[in-house]
Design a protein around this ligand. Sequence first.
Ligand code: ANZ
Ligand code: ZN
Length: 871
Amino acid sequence: ESRYNPASIEKHWQQTWAEQGLDLTPDDRSKPKFYALSMFPYPSGSLHMGHVRNYTITDVLARVRRMQGYRVLHPMGWDAFGLPAENAAIDRGVHPVKWTYQNIDQMRTELKRLGLSYDWSREVATCSPDYYKWTQWIFLQFFEAGLAYQKESAVNWDPIDQTVLANEQVDSEGKSWRSGAKVERKLLRQWFFKITDYAEQLLNDLETLTGWPERVKLMQANWIGKSTGAYLEFPIVDSDEKIGVFTTRPDTVYGVTYVVLAPEHPLTQVVTTSDRATAVDAFAQEIADQSELERTAEDKPKRGIPTGGKAINPFTGEEIPIWIADYVLYEYGTGAVMGVPAHDVRDFKFAKEQGLAIRAVVAPVGEAEGSHHTPYTPHPTPPAQAFTEPGVLINSSTFDGLPSIEAKTAIVQYAEQNGFGKARIQYRLRDWLISRQRYWGAPIPIIHCPKCGPVAVPDADLPVQLPENVELSGRGGSPLATLESWVNVACPTCGTPAKRETDTMDTFIDSSWYFLRYPDATDANQVFDPAKTNDWMPVDQYVGGIEHAILHLLYSRFFTKVLRDRGLLNFGEPFQRLLTQGMVQGKTYKNPRTGKYVISTQITDLSNPIDPETGDALELVYEKMSKSKYNGVAPGDVIGKYGADTARMFILFKAPPEKDLEWDEADVEGQSRFLNRVWRLVTEFGTQQTSTEKQATAVSGQRSALNKAEKELRRAIHTAIAAITDDLEGDYQFNTAVSELMKLSNALTDAACKDSPVYAEGIQALLLLLAPFAPHIAEELWHGLGHTDSVHTQSWLTADATALIADEKTVVIQINGKTRGAIEVPIAIADDRVALEQQIRESDIAKRHLDGKTIKKVIVVPGKLVNFVVG
Ligand code: ANZ
Ligand code: ZN
């Protein structure tokens, strides 16, 4: 009998499976399909535990569905464009191509060590020309559909590095992460995707995503941010122009005491009076340099100044002042707001600070005029705070007395009839800015012609290859712009000398369609064969991190809808079910006073951890694994020490998939011990019988012919089958599935019928049930039993319902409520009140305790308990 040696068996089976092509995607359309997908990683260089958890979850599902008779598509690839490669080039002089592919090779090797059943023949890397050719082709589909356009837009500009920064590269003080310079806002011509055209669908279709976590759907809905209200126009005094505002509260229009423009609003120039011009310009300049975050921060005082201009409230004819203020965003609604301090918190604060009039026009229900409870008294002084709830209109002319909801409709109708407004729906979602002044991304396939404007690169000329010899300095805008030989081309339409677009695409574009490519990953002639992609899609189970709850998932849904509308797809939602796995947290030593993290190897006594630098007592907490917290565990180390099967089992066992998981070495060892027990159990069984016998006896006999021990074991086996099968549906309770495996192994260990065919059935069942979780050891032991085909190609077991039924029930015997013992009673008797009492009275235990006593009362709970109350 050999010892369990994960290192050698895992390597052996990984090679064998690859040679056999075990994980290739079958083409057999007679089977139902199952598309199992993990979010593909960015090739940073090495796997972290978050990856391991993500991919293990998906792998278990892929393996189990195969055994259940599905044809499974389970692919893997690389989200390989992006800034880190470019920074590596700048910092260390390695070319992004080389850096990226080295990382991919390293990570692929690590993935293979985990025994993940990927169809590697479908691997994609978004930075490969075979892939980005189609990213560019899709861009042109958007362009043709009018969904890709250029617009001046404010970007974060680093004046030292002379480059555009992403929002994430600007810190909370508005400084560049790289140069530390105060970031400026600069207007540049950028490419956008018109995602706002799909806002309504993206919102409404969330309802159809019944397999998504509610939390994620809510986050998307909030991001899309639908508001129903009105567009109203306020004419400017002494001008033909009008200020359009978006409001969700048209019912408050009689309470408007001023209008506010965003400082960037073009009408600012029109309304500002000459005496105010200098002050207004200075203020606008100051605000322009602030990020949106700084401007909208809740706790900051609202800042603004009057322009000197006046507008007219079209409902009252009244003249009201026009201001500019930082809290009005140019990018939302119309970039202008009607100020109603009595009913809006921000307006209220602003009016108080600036001494603007406050006029109540909505009263709480019951306080308004005409109510029979309290006679209405207009507020003699301005209210102490804004009343933001709906109520009943007051001080609103003919609309007085209307409840807010009705007043909204009536007021919008009135505005519409008189030509100064209409109903409007507004979304918080903005068009997607997709151009990046970066090298390591897919070039935007557009040629700018002085005669024709922006022209699509003809399909035949795709891909627009990324030139390799580009100097990367990290400064000065788009690196591609420096390569004149590449930039200068003839216009494909008219032949005039023209210039290539030098921006590249946001890498989120690459990942917005990769799942459509896997069904036809190597197609050189088309983006994908619609027949194949329509067959495999939608993804049946998508697994990934919650950090992608909004952008990646929203963009992917958007792409799917656009490509459907282009006639390429016959479905509108890409991901049927979504699982967002919890974080993997590591044991972290933290100094509560300084907030600093301490490396565990520097701590002398881990049971009483002290900060070696400061002498403070350290706190032991679990936090998301990260280099800066010294709490990471490298997947390679764990696999090296315990094997991939143990790592997988631990991760699945330790917490339900959507919950956070605390990495705990003791529990890893626990799983290692469990697999060792399974190893011994099965190998001991194997040595007792010849292989032919083992297979012959694996089929259990008739239930009636079984003795008590056999029946019990069979019940344990089929309980495990039923429970594990159930755990692999619905909520995916892998943790309880693993405990069921442990229970079954215990039942086998304790079984009093080791030479029975039922025992052989149990051993086989254990391996088949274990296979999706710990694929290598299951395969090795399966072959050890004499099988010549793979455990992973076997059929999943179905529970035998008759085996689940127990013959007897355990009934507790109590005297005056105290438990004195328990006996097994045949079910027919246990469930019959009278028969049960009779049987229990005659039992030895009862007789002994009742001897010489008078029974006053007997309480019988059929199937469970008999309690004798004695005097
Ligand atoms: C008058 C009013 C009165 C408003 C009232 C609210 C309460 P949501 O729900 O987020 O869509 N608003 C409109 N455009 C704005 C902009 N560009 N920057 C800052 N604020 C803007 O919010 C819509 C409300 O936010 C609008 O309704 C407007 O203020 C303000 F008692 O109009 B309201
Ligand atoms: Zn041209």
